[in-house]
Design a protein around this ligand. Structure first.
Ligand code: FAD
Length: 405
């Protein structure tokens, strides 16, 4: 049985960024990352893969190539956390102990929450940008689309990158205008939420954009079933705006359907004593939203999609969380209190067309917080497109994952 001073669950964006920052801290630490996959993905580019703008291959690297030097990679998956015994159990049957634990296994797709979706994905005009394998099929379906009804969904609850379900909608509209089928196409955004995006300044811009593009928005619509025979139909539970109760179902026949799967915390997190027991963040890791330290187990921290934080789950948020978490973890190791505070920063580059991006940035409580104060970030911009397409990917691989940016 092995034991490590710092054990990190997950070698994705959050896990690797944290490991890299810890190795750069100047302290001699024994760090291990548990990660089952031999691949590491830069998921933000999947939106552009789905629009045929970049090939999927540029979004993946070998996990070994992003693992910081001196960090032990345990290629296994955690199945149980026992924070009272300071140990985890893995699928491979190992028990691994720790002094300090960082929980960063991301979020889980709940495909089964939508009847019929898993079986038909990638066929019958039903697509998603939310996986590496599926994203190229979005482009195939977009390219081959000959007109009809195109539906874009956005589920109840938190999803990673809250803007991604609508980026694909704008990119499809843009492409179909160029390919000449937009005139024979009805586009519908059927979203479970109540607005385009929670930040009022950005919401206003997005409302204008959907109006200008002739995209019909239906809110309070939660996808529950996809039927493909005898007809292609998407079935939605529709809530009453006043009571929040589901009052009826609506069936929308479609020719193209981009589905964003409902998401939830990984099972082994939700079933552990580390999870939030109730409420909108149920199942996610119950940390202080500023210090990222667990509320009941002071030697446990969490960040990224798995942490219960009332802000958008993005890589951009991880970039601001990791430095604070590492500072607090090192302080706690020295017997000092965790005082560094994450302010809820998250950001979403909303691609509104090929060559145009509206860069939304905000803090806790949906407080709008643009970086480039001398530019108007509530507008779609070419410079923000360049940032998304050409600046952020290398910043990720060579800055963030190296613990430098
Ligand atoms: P991940 O990076 O997903 O990593 C989790 C890791 O944990 C994985 O490697 C997984 O294999 C591992 N793991 C899972 N289960 C276990 C287990 N049981 N034991 C051990 N390890 C486990 N973010 C932005 O900032 N900007 C964007 O424009 C943007 N667009 C996006 C578009 C799409 C289509 C998608 C899918 C995501 C997008 N994101 C964007 C979100 C961003 O990718 C995530 O928020 C970010 O990757 C979260 O980091 P994480 O480490 O928490 O999770």
């Amino acid at each position: 049985e092995s034991r490590h001073q710092v054990l990190i669950i997950g070698g994705g964006t959050a896990g690797i960024t944290t490991a890299a920052r810890l190795t750069r801290s100047g302290k001699k630490l024994d760090i291990a990352v548990i990660e089952p996959s031999d691949k590491h993905f830069y998921q933000p580019l999947w939106t552009l893969v789905g629009a045929g703008i970049v090939p999927k291959e540029i979004t993946v690297r070998k996990e070994a190539s992003v693992m910081p030097k001196g960090v032990t990679w345990i290629r296994d998956a955690v199945v149980e956390i026992d924070p009272d015994a300071n140990q985890v159990r893995t699928a491979g049957g190992r028990t691994i102990g720790y002094d300090y634990l960082v929980v960063a296994p991301g979020i889980q797709y709940d495909w089964d929450a939508v009847k019929g979706l898993r079986e038909t994905l990638g066929k019958n005009g039903v697509v998603t940008n939310y996986t590496y394998e599926a994203a190229p099929k979005t482009w195939e379906a977009m390219k081959n689309f000959e007109g009809g009804t195109a539906v874009f969904t956005n589920p109840l609850g938190q999803v990673k990158c809250g803007g991604a379900p609508q980026k694909v909608m704008y990119l499809a509209d843009d492409y179909w205008r160029r390919s000449g089928v937009r005139g024979k196409t009805k586009m519908i955004g059927a979203f479970a939420g109540t607005v385009m995006l929670g930040v009022p300044e950005i919401n206003k811009s997005l409302e204008r954009i959907v109006r200008q593009r002739d995209i019909e928005m239906r809110f309070y619509h939660n996808l529950v079933e996809v039927r493909t025979s005898p007809q292609k139909e998407a079935v939605f539970d529709v809530r009453d705006p006043k009571t929040g109760e589901t009052t009826h179902q609506e069936v929308i026949p479609f020719d193209f359907l981009h589905a964003t799967p409902p998401m939830k915390a990984p099972d082994f997190v939700a079933e552990s004593p580390l999870a939030v027991p109730e409420g909108p963040h149920k199942g996610y890791v119950d940390v202080d939203i500023y210090t990222l330290q667990h509320k009941r187990y002071p030697n446990v921290f969490s960040l990224g999609d798995a942490a219960a934080l009332p802000t958008a789950k993005t890589g951009a948020a991880v970039r601001k969380q990791a430095p604070k978490l590492v500072k607090n973890l090192l302080a706690v190791m020295e017997g000092k209190p965790a005082e560094a505070k994450y302010n809820g920063y998250s950001s979403c580059p909303i691609v509104t067309a090929r060559g145009r991006v509206l860069l939304g940035e905000f803090l806790y409580d949906n407080k709008y917080k643009p970086t480039f104060v001398f530019l108007d970030q509530t507008k779609e911009r070419w410079d923000m497109w360049l940032l998304k397409r050409y600046v952020l990917p290398p910043l990720y691989w060579y800055g963030m994952l190296k613990g430098l940016a």
